[in-house]
Design a protein around this ligand. Structure first.
Ligand code: 13P
Ligand code: SF4
Length: 373
């Protein structure tokens, strides 16, 4: 299959993160060509057969190609946000997990299930938040602030997770930080500065922020969004909190990928403007056939459009990639066994906290008072 290589700029903070100006760094993504209809059908049949033969299950993120979302669901797997992907992979009986998403999602699955084989269509599918938070610099940042509880977003390496006290995803970050604040914790947050800033504003917690950002959400433009709102006065605006603060300020609902889906289902409107990766449009449209979904602008006068609302690394996942790794067993995700137990601790805390919340239990009781952690 042909592959187009995309050059990608991302921001990596300098060692002194307090107010430092970001230096732009460079990465790349390898995006496969769309298969023909005949090739698609053949690849899907092959994947269905191989999943059975290999006792494997597909776990896909909402941002990957619609074919990979639909096939995961049709074959008894899952399409969801990063939190539910982690829980599903841990709890499913299959011995092989095929994770379509980005590297941190495969690593989280491996940390939670070291005995399982975790395969990914392309192991180079990374994330600008992960790239922008190298473990050595992050550890130095933590060492400089020993009085703070370290809360790390799931979009990070296993080594960064192993340096943290709590892991969060965008669907549970508010609840976990609020609970930590209630128990007297001051927080060191990494890596996404927009998500961190949003949580700080919502909870009033004392948070020191790492200076990372998502190359997709960082590109949404408030000025152009206001103009689009004027053209669609009845539309509700749904925003992922990795977006800049001035974009979040225009939102009718702010939420993770699953939060955005829930808001679209529950809100009494016909039109929606959506500020997140446009891979989400597939689920939004199929679950809400009577509603219209417009992409929030990443272009216009103030644009640099590096990603145009689609993550280049999520785009590296393909049917051919899934079929290939199932057939050959290549692209297995490995995590250094020496760090797995320590990296697992903050993930287990997050999963226990969110299970308690779901079950209507007192999740806050799982958060220790400051000094007892
Ligand atoms: P969710 O945790 O909402 O699935 O988002 C992951 C992600 O990479 C967002 O850009
Ligand atoms: Fe990372 Fe942004 Fe891509 Fe999500 S959309 S994987 S945060 S670069």
């Amino acid at each position: 299959m042909n592959m187009a290589v995309k050059e990608v700029d991302y921001e990596q903070p300098q060692a002194d993160v307090s107010g430092a100006v970001c230096a732009t760094k460079h990465a790349w993504a390898r995006v496969p060509e769309e298969p023909s209809q005949t090739e698609r059908a053949a690849l899907k049949n092959k994947i269905r057969r191989l999943l059975n033969e290999k006792n494997a299950v597909m776990v896909s993120h909402y941002y990957v190609h619609p074919d990979l979302q639909d096939l995961a669901e049709e074959t008894g797997g899952l399409v969801s946000d990063s939190l539910e992907m982690a829980r599903f992979g841990r709890d499913h009986a299959a011995q092989t997990l095929v994770v379509s998403g980005v590297r941190f999602m495969g690593e989280t699955a491996k940390i939670l299930s070291p005995e399982k084989r975790v395969l990914m269509p392309d192991l180079d599918a990374t994330c600008s938040l992960d790239l922008g938070c190298p473990v050595d610099e992050f550890s130095a940042f933590c060492d400089a602030h020993p009085d703070r509880t370290v809360v790390v977003y799931a979009n990070t390496s296993a080594a960064v997770k192993a340096r943290s006290d709590w892991l969060v995803t965008s669907s549970c970050a508010l609840d976990i930080v609020r609970a930590l604040k209630d128990k007297g914790h001051k927080i060191l947050w990494a890596p996404d500065r927009h998500l961190g800033g949003y949580i700080q504003r919502e909870t009033g917690a004392d948070m020191l922020l790492w200076n990372g950002s998502c190359i997709v959400h960082n590109e949404f433009k408030a000025l152009e969004l206001e103009r689009l709102k004027q053209q669609h006065p009845g539309a509700k605006v749904l925003v992922h909190p990795e977006s800049p603060a001035d974009v979040i300020a225009l939102a009718d609902a702010v939420g993770s990928t699953s939060g955005i889906l829930k808001a679209a289902r529950d809100m009494d409107a016909r039109e929606f403007i959506v500020a997140t990766d446009n891979g989400m449009m597939h689920k939004l449209r199929t679950l809400n056939p009577g509603k219209v979904f417009l992409e929030a602008p990443t272009s216009g006068n103030s644009a640099t459009c590096k990603s145009c609302a689609h993550c280049p690394w999520m785009a590296m996942n393909s049917l051919a990639g899934v079929a290939g790794v199932l057939e050959t067993g290549t692209n297995e995700v490995f995590v250094d066994p020496a760090i797995i137990p320590r990296a697992r601790l903050p993930i287990d805390r997050m999963l226990a906290f969110t299970s308690a919340l779901k079950g209507g239990l007192d999740a806050g009781s799982l958060v220790p008072n400051l000094g007892a952690a």
